[in-house]
Design a protein around this ligand. Structure first.
Ligand code: C5P
Length: 304
């Protein structure tokens, strides 16, 4: 008698991203905004586990305190769109069940959904031995969302276009971040729409790229900038307190992550990261995390 074939699964880990600089230009005809950004992958992760199934399905479980109540469990989840696009690309009719272990705050401006999409592409490619080229994976990723290609790449990268054109940049630093999530998520399109009414923007990445090239924390502190920060603070006055609490606790800079509401404190080293985290927790900000970057993009952590 032969033993039943055990179900195979592949687990891929993908990181959260932050934008060290987010320079935003005037809205394009297609509704997107031209970006001049520097992405960094940091040590908060989602793990995606896929196995072949008769139909698409999605499950989610939190890592730590992450609130997963808003994660869709149907085909509107970006992981299913990723699976469908990959199967269409290869002209195959396979389906999978997709499990998400979520350590990246949801709707926080840290591209957790994009990380899940990137991890799903890599996991299904490996599960089914599709051998999709890097170029094709990046193109499918760009179709799924502006910051999905970066989640494949990881590290530190210069992003242009609507954010989907990514080029790795040298970054020999180990940078420490205090991550302050917020229970009330923000809608990225709403923040960009408010930016259109508000005007401004146009920051460029030159100072941050030079700071990274020189591994210069003072220059990085002076260079970090997010063109969506002032408009996000107008939409959400409560975030001003997060910003001032970070600075009051000794962070060198307080930076909005992407379109928010997560705030990032840039700090000197691991010890200061933990001191600033404690101070933020004492000030009543729940779920504050410490993270370091750069870290790797989507990569396999388990074949089972
Ligand atoms: O590309 P993605 O689906 O992640 O974008 C979500 C929304 O964010 C877009 O529909 C658009 O409103 C806004 N966006 C933008 N400019 C960008 C990226 C995103 O206006 N460069």
């Amino acid at each position: 008698m032969t033993a039943p074939t055990s179900a195979r699964s592949v687990t891929v880990r993908a990181p959260a991203k932050i934008n060290l600089v987010l320079g935003v230009g005037p809205v394009r005809d297609d509704g997107y905004h031209p970006l001049d950004t520097v992405y960094q992958a940091i040590s908060l992760y989602d793990d995606i586990t896929v196995s072949t199934a008769a139909g698409w399905s999605v499950g989610v479980e939190p890592i730590g305190d992450v609130d997963v109540s808003e994660v869709p469990l149907d085909e509107t989840n970006i992981v299913v769109r990723a699976g469908v696009l990959l199967t269409e690309h290869h002209g195959i009719a396979r389906r999978a069940s997709i499990g998400i272990s979520k350590g990246i705050p949801v709707a926080g401006g840290m591209a957790g959904g994009s990380a899940d999409a990137a991890a799903t592409l890599v996991a299904l490619d490996r599960l089914w031995d599709l051998r999709t080229s890097d170029e094709d994976l990046l193109a499918i990723a760009a179709e799924l969302g502006s910051d999905v290609p970066f989640a494949l790449l990881g590290g530190t990268a210069h992003g242009t276009g609507r954010g989907e054109l990514v080029e790795s940049v040298g970054d020999a630093g180990t940078w420490w971040w205090v991550v302050v999530p917020n229970a009330t998520g923000m809608s990225t399109p709403a923040v960009y729409a408010a930016f259109d009414d508000h005007g401004g923007g146009g920051s460029d990445s030159a100072a941050v790229l030079a700071a990274l090239a020189g591994t210069d924390l003072d220059a990085l502190t002076a260079g970090v900038r997010n063109d969506l920060q002032s408009v996000a603070l107008e939409l959400r006055a409560d975030l001003r307190l997060t910003e001032s609490d970070l600075v009051g606790a000794g962070a060198r800079a307080a930076l909005l992550s992407g379109s928010g509401p997560t705030f990032l404190g840039l700090v000197e080293d691991q010890d200061s990261a933990h001191e600033v985290r404690e101070a933020l927790l004492d000030a009543g900000h729940p779920g504050v995390l410490v993270a370091t970057g750069p870290v790797a993009g989507a990569h396999v952590v388990q074949y089972a």
